[in-house]
Ligand binder design. Sequence first.
Ligand code: PMP
Length: 423
Amino acid sequence: MSARAVSNIAAFDALAIRREFPILDQAVAGKPLVYLDNAASTQKPEAVVEAIAHYYRNDHSNVHRGAHALADRATEAFEQARMDVANFLVGGKGGVKGGVKREEVIFTRGTTEGINLVANAWGRSNLGAGDEILLTEMEHHANIVPWQMVAAATGAVIRVAPVLDSGELDLTAWTALLSERTRLVAMTQVSNTLGTVNPVAEVVKRAHAAGAVVLIDGAQAVNHFPVDVRELDADFYVFSGHKLFGPTGVGVLYGREALLDAMPPWQGGGEMIERVSFSKGTTYTGLPWKFEAGTPHIAGVIGLGAAINWLGGIDREAAARHEQALLERVDTALAAMNDITRIGVAPGRVAVASFLLAGSHPTDVGMLLDQQGIAVRTGHHCTMPLMERFGIPGTVRASFSLYNTFDEVDRFIEGLDKVRSFL
Ligand code: PMP
C-alpha cells in the first residue's frame, strides 16, 4: 500500500462525518440507532438541510420568470445546481474539454422518472415491432417496467441477460443476446440488492459496436464512487438525489445532447414551450427545459446541488476504502455463521450485504433487528425477477455508507447473533 493510501485512511474520519448528520444521533428502541438502510435512501448532512431551509427562508420564488429579485435569486441558485451536477457527472473534473453541458442535464423526480422519460420520449419514437431492448435479471423494477410498457406500445421485444450464482452479470450470455436487433441496452451500474458493480464501460463499448443506445441506471453507484459519464460513454445516465445525501423528489437524467435534441418532449405544460397557440400551433423551447414541464422541485434541486458540493469536500477514495473495510468485517462475520446464506458475493461489490437466515423469513429478522435499534431492509428490494432467479422470497439487506462505523458493524453482528438465538 502506498504512503498516500495510508495517509488517506488516517485522514478519513467517519465519526467526524457522522456528526454532520443530526438524524443519526438518536435512540431507537432505547439503543443508539444503527442505520444500515442506505441503499434505500441515505441520510442528509446539515449542509443540505441548511441549504433547503436557507432557500425557503430567503430566496423562494418561481424560477425562469425573472421579473423581480427573488425570482432572479431562485433561478440563479437552480441553474447553478445544474452546473454543479454537470461537473459531478464528469467526476468533478468540470471545465475540461468534453465535459457535460447544461443542455444535457435534465432535472427529474428521480431515477424512476428519468427512465420513464427516456422510455417514452426516446422509446416511442425509436422502437418498432421486433426491435429489442436488452435488460438484465438484476434490474430494479424502475429499469424494467417502463421498458415493458413501451414494448407493449411499440411491439419491441425485451431480452434479459442472466445473473451468475455469485451475483455477477453473465457477460458472455449478455454479449450473446446483443445483436443488430438490439436498439436499447439498459443496465444498472450497481445492483441495489447484490451490491454487484457491473462492467458498464465494457457494456457500453459492446452495445455501441452493435449500434444500440445505452442507458445506465446510476442510482446505487454515484454515492459509492465518482462517475464520469463521458469516460463511460453512456448515452443516458440516471440517478436520484435521495440516495446521494440529497433530498427526495429530485433526480437527474443525463443525456447526450444530440439524442435529447432529436427526442420529442414527454410531458407538456409551462416551462417547456416557446409559444403556445390554438391557431398557429405550439413550439417547444430548447434543452434542457424542453423536458422540464411545470414548476420544478426548486428546493430539491438546490438541496441536490448542496449535497454534491458537500460530497466534493470528501476524500472519496478514502470513503470508498472505509466502506470496503466495513464490508470486509461484515463478510467475515457472516461467513462464520453456518445458518446464513449470502445472496450476492461478487468480487469488488459495494458495501451491501444481502442474506437469508435458515428457517426464518427476512421480515422477522428485520423486525427483531429493529427492536435492537438496527435498521435494515427486508423483502424483494424492487427486484422480483432477481428473487425469482435465486428462488427466494426476499433477503435481509444491510447497506452501508461512508458515515457508518466499525462499532455499528459489530452492533449489527451482535444483533444478528441475538436474532439467531431467538429464531
Ligand atoms: N434503480 C436502482 C438500482 C435503485 O436502487 C432504485 C431505488 N431503490 C431505483 C432505480 C429507483 O429510484 P427512485 O425510487 O429514487 O426513483
